[in-house]
Write a protein that binds this ligand. Structure first.
Ligand code: HEM
Length: 547
């Protein structure tokens, strides 16, 4: 007697629930995209072939009907089980947030796309609607409670980096992608050496060369409208090329974009919309012909590393330390050549777009507010001489300049959505709220930087709050544009050195204003959130100062 179709539907449904409760609900599966994807095709094909071979009639119609019934009932019950769990039983079920985001991160992704790839603003809107704790995914919370920043990112944090770090540059290895704390700590030691106080002093000369080059170009274009964001990007990128490979990309000199810059930016463009569903990124990279730019970026870095290994620069660069570790460090992990290639890409990505975004926003505010520009020029005229021996040291102490940099980082953090972390298995308690274990959490920098509970007159650009009016910084601990703790920015001092040096030089030597028809809103409204910011243009005029 033939088995009724209902029985097959029953089996499919049972398997659906069982695979959810026995497999998908446990642990991490973000790197299994390809296997799961293939299983969804191969298992039905295998089922079809088995029924055809061993079924009662051996007919194609029977085999395909039964396969369809099992597959459909499996799929429906799997997704129903997932949805039911996420809404009614998940440990985050009582946290507020839009219902569609509780179901699936695909809905977050589509929200990001429809709202112009500005996740930090999307999340900000959700916080205004739902409060300090917002469930932005089935297993994800965005938190603006000030206490969360230190607990999630601070020195003693028990949180670790989220799955996103495995996916975003798969299959690369690099310091910032490393989720294992012991391995991260061991690699971080090499980077810390490369950024010691002595090394930083050695890098001053390199920074100066590119600041000089930028000044020459601004001189040559004095009084003309130019895209400041693009020139700042050339500047930051040239310095990072010098740091990573011991040779710049010559973009300031040539005034044209190097191929690597567009490769990097095109490669990063997908990160914005795909961050909520980052498991798709490794899947894409395993498809031949897909994710071309990212693959080319890695290929370029591989070739450059090979070239860099052929010579020793006169003064050490970052790679002097990395190559030394590969050859001489007793820890064998540094022998893996993938570290050099991945860290090479990391120098470029981490060091260029962050600095560019900050410089661009500093000059947005200087062009918008002539009184801030004049006050900065006064400070510099009285305490600083461009090109002097003590130039870098003097600028460290320029209070107004440093206040301006802090304000730019507060209102326009270069990683505006914050950083994804996972809570420890026992969970954490933030402001009496228990955040369960193994939940993805983030503290959106852009929103927190604008909270009246953290800063007095939060929406205003007030450099003095950082020295003369400390009462205007209500929650000091939330200001972490470089992140904090063991995974905080290792290049912070180099970044600050560049920002101070180039800002001081320009303000001392040029008048700055918006070009006709420009008011800087394009920069604020059209830049996209791709983890760092993909900047829109901003046309400024730098005119040689009349003395
Ligand atoms: C305004 C300038 C900069 C800002 C705002 C900034 C910000 C940040 C932030 C927020 C992180 C944490 C990322 C995460 O956890 O996913 C980070 C990490 C990092 N940054 Fe920066 N950065 C800047 C400049 C630089 C520069 C010039 C370099 C030089 C190469 C650099 C190298 C790095 C590296 C290597 C990491 C990874 C550290 C680790 O995982 O231990 N950054 N940065």
């Amino acid at each position: 007697m033939p088995i009724p179709l209902k029985a097959f539907a029953f089996v499919g449904s049972g398997l659906g629930v069982a695979s959810h409760l026995g497999y998908f609900i446990h642990g991490e599966h973000h790197m299994e995209g390809m296997r799961i994807f293939l299983a969804f095709f191969l298992v039905p094909a295998f089922t079809f072939a088995t029924i055809l071979r061993y079924g009662n009639s051996g007919s194609y119609v029977e085999a395909s009907t039964i396969t369809t019934v099992i597959t459909a009932s499996y799929t429906i019950s799997l997704f129903s089980s997932i949805a039911t769990y996420r809404i009614f039983f998940h440990p985050l079920r009582n946290f507020p947030g839009p219902t569609k985001l509780k179901f699936s991160k695909f809905n977050h992704s589509s929200l990001v796309v429809t709202e112009g790839t500005k996740n930090f603003q999307t999340v900000d809107r959700l916080h205004k609607e739902y409060g300090e704790f917002v469930r932005v995914g089935p297993n994800e919370l965005s938190i603006t409670a000030p206490e969360a920043v230190n607990q999630i990112l601070g020195a003693g944090t028990k949180c670790r980096k989220a799955e996103w770090y495995d996916c975003v540059a798969y299959p690369e290895k690099a310091l910032n992608l490393e989720r294992n704390r012991i391995i991260h700590g061991a690699r971080r030691k090499i980077w810390d050496r490369a950024f010691s106080a002595k090394s930083l002093r050695d890098y001053e000369g390199r920074v100066k060369i590119y600041t000089d080059q930028l000044m020459s170009q601004l001189n040559a274009n004095s009084g003309k409208a130019i895209d400041a964001c693009q020139w700042f990007n050339f500047y930051a990128f040239d310095i990072m090329g010098e740091m990573a490979f011991g040779q710049s990309f010559e973009m300031i000199k040539s005034g044209t974009e190097h191929k690597l810059l567009s490769l990097m930016h095109n490669g990063m463009a997908s990160i914005g919309p795909l961050t909520p569903i980052a498991w798709i990124l490794p899947l894409l990279k395993q498809i031949p012909g897909a994710a071309k730019e990212s693959k080319e970026f890695v290929k370029y870095n591989t070739e450059q590393v090979a070239r860099r290994k052929q010579y020793t620069p006169e003064a050490p660069d970052l790679f002097s330390f990395f190559i030394d570790a590969e050859k001489n460090d007793p820890n064998p992990m540094h022998k893996d050549p993938n570290w050099l290639i991945g860290d090479c890409g990391l120098v470029i990505v981490a060091g260029s777009d962050t600095t560019t975004a900050t410089l661009s926003h500093i000059f947005y505010h200087l062009a918008k507010s002539p009184h801030i520009f004049s006050k900065l020029r006064e400070e510099l005229d009285s305490s600083y001489q461009a090109g002097s021996y003590t130039e870098f040291k003097d600028l460290q102490e320029a209070r107004y300049l440093n206040g301006i940099i802090n304000e730019a980082l507060r209102l326009h953090p270069p990683t505006p959505s914050g950083l994804l972390r996972v809570t420890p298995p026992e969970g954490i308690t933030i402001k009496e709220t228990i955040v369960p274990g193994n939940v993805t959490v983030s503290t959106p920098f852009w929103s927190i930087g604008r909270l009246e509970s953290c800063y007095e007159k939060a929406s205003e650009f007030v450099p003095e709050r950082w020295y003369e009016k400390p009462e205007m910084v209500i929650e000091k601990n939330v200001f972490v544009p470089f992140s904090a703790g063991p995974m905080g920015c290792v290049g912070k001092q180099l970044g600050l050195m560049e920002l101070r040096n180039v800002t001081a030089r320009i303000v001392s030597q040029f008048d700055v204003k918006f070009a006709p028809g420009e008011d800087g809103t394009g920069l604020l409204e059209k830049s996209r959130d791709v983890f760092t910011l993909a900047l829109a243009s901003m046309m400024l005029m730098f005119t040689r100062r009349e003395r």
